[in-house]
Design a protein around this ligand. Structure first.
Ligand SMILES: C[S@@+](CC[C@H](N)C(=O)[O-])C[C@H]1O[C@@H](n2cnc3c(N)ncnc32)[C@H](O)[C@@H]1O
Length: 290
């Protein structure tokens, strides 16, 4: 299937995870991602005075880091589809007094921005969420100045074994008679996953970047350890965020059964104190030729 832009589907998936659960994202996910933000910012090569676009900014962590790097002479525009995410980001910007930072709502597949405007385009785990990966990267190319730099990251070819196991175990409990809302969400989720799946292989993505006109496209695969605290915390996080809408349509008794089974199984695959999971992240960099 060719990449297709379907903003309605994109909105459904994103409204669900990042709109409805924005407070959860900010309080539970953002603290676990601090190393990712720092690592992406450190690799960005962004300099004082630059104009930077943060794509899929969420609650603004990368944008705030960019705002410090570019300083008072520079400017950062950060965009996202979800107004709930942007409203949390605005609050953080105001508390930080970041006068060179601006947030706007827009879809990455159709940036409402002039061409050749940014020295750098950056994105943390946002391109993996769009419905049309190729269209979003083409838009990044269009808005970069000649010589401008693209830097972004997302998960690598393999998901952590623990999440694959937990999601698989949960499938057994998911309702076979979903509400209309859940059925639509499943359809959108599947379309989004299908869209991203083919770009999990860095070699495929590097080819896409080159076909879009980028030069010096590079991918670096890194591993990171995430400590989720305990198997209980991991499973509860999954039910409260990643699979919340599904969990809302599962009987209480089945949810309790799933929790018990999943926690017992996950305890056996994590070693040592805490609940450590090794995850893969791929960092991409590329240049728009001068
Ligand atoms: C996993 S979150 C990452 C947020 C932020 N970059 C971070 O790392 O904290 C993905 C973000 O991309 C946004 N997003 C997904 N698809 C989008 C699209 N098509 N256009 C604009 N934003 C999108 C979501 O609303 C969400 O805020």
């Amino acid at each position: 299937m060719a990449d297709q832009l379907d903003p309605e589907k994109a909105c459904l998936v994103n409204c669900e995870l990042f709109g409805k659960h924005s407070e959860y994202f900010e309080s539970k996910i953002v603290p676990l991602w601090q190393d990712l933000y720092d690592s992406l910012a450190a690799r960005s090569g962004v300099e004082p005075g630059w104009s930077v676009l943060d794509i899929g900014t969420g609650t603004g962590e990368i944008a705030l880091r960019m705002s410090k790097l570019v300083g008072p002479e520079g400017h950062v525009l950060a965009v996202d589809l979800q107004k709930e995410m942007l409203s949390i980001a605005e609050g953080k910007k105001n508390r930080a007094g970041a006068g060179n930072l601006e947030f706007r709502r827009m879809a990455l597949e159709e940036l409402d921005l002039a061409g050749s405007a940014f020295d750098a385009v950056i994105g943390n785990y946002s391109l993996c969420c769009v419905m049309d990966y190729g269209a979003a990267l083409a838009e990044c190319f269009r808005v970069l100045k000649p010589g401008g730099r693209l830097i972004y990251n997302h998960g690598g070819p393999n998901d952590p074994l623990v999440s694959e196991l937990a999601f698989k175990m949960f499938e057994k409990y998911q309702t076979k008679e979903p509400s209309k809302q859940l059925a639509d969400l499943r359809e959108s989720d599947a379309a989004q996953a299908e869209g991203f799946e083919k770009y999990r292989d860095p070699l495929v993505t590097l080819r896409l970047l080159r076909n879009l006109g980028y030069h010096q496209a590079e991918a670096t695969i890194a591993q990171r350890e995430i400590d989720y605290g305990s198997a209980e915390d991991y499973v509860d996080r999954m039910l409260a965020f990643d699979r919340r809408s599904e969990a809302e349509e599962v009987e209480e008794s089945d949810l309790a059964r799933f929790r018990f089974e999943a926690i017992s199984a996950l305890r056996s695959v994590s070693e040592g104190p805490g609940f450590q999971i090794a995850d893969e992240v791929v960092y991409y960099t590329a240049i728009k030729p001068s």
